[in-house]
Design a protein. Structure first.
Length: 101
C-alpha cells in the first residue's frame, strides 16, 4: 500500500467512527404527530393470513389466464421451430446459388 492509500484509509476510518458517535438531533414533533392522526401499526400476521385468499376469486380462475398464455406461447414456439424457408424454395435458392456469385 502506498502512503496516500494508508492516509486516506485512516482519515476515512476516523470520519466514520466520529460520525457514529453523533447522537440524533432533538427535533420538535411534526403537526401530524401532535394531532395524533398518524397511521396505526398492525401486526403483520393478520395481514398475511388473508393474503392467500383474494376476494371472490377462486384459485382456478386466477391460474386460468397464465395457463392459457403459457399454452399460446408454447404453440407459437412450436410454429417458429419449423423451417423458415419452405423446402421447394430452399432447393431453388441452393440451385441458383452459384449463378448469384
Amino acid at each position: 500500500m502506498t502512503r496516500w492509500q494508508t492516509t486516506t484509509g485512516l482519515i476515512l476510518g476516523a470520519a466514520i467512527i466520529l460520525g457514529a458517535c453523533v447522537g440524533s438531533p432533538d427535533l420538535p414533533p411534526t403537526d401530524r404527530q401532535t394531532r395524533g392522526d398518524a397511521p396505526q401499526l398492525v401486526p403483520i400476521s393478520g395481514l398475511l393470513d388473508h393474503a392467500d385468499q383474494p376476494d371472490g376469486v377462486s384459485a382456478a380462475e386466477l391460474s386460468a389466464a397464465p395457463k392459457a398464455r403459457a399454452s399460446a406461447l408454447r404453440a407459437r414456439a412450436a410454429r417458429l421451430r419449423g423451417p423458415v424457408i419452405a423446402q421447394p424454395d430452399r432447393a431453388r435458392l441452393l440451385a441458383s446459388g452459384p449463378s448469384l456469385r
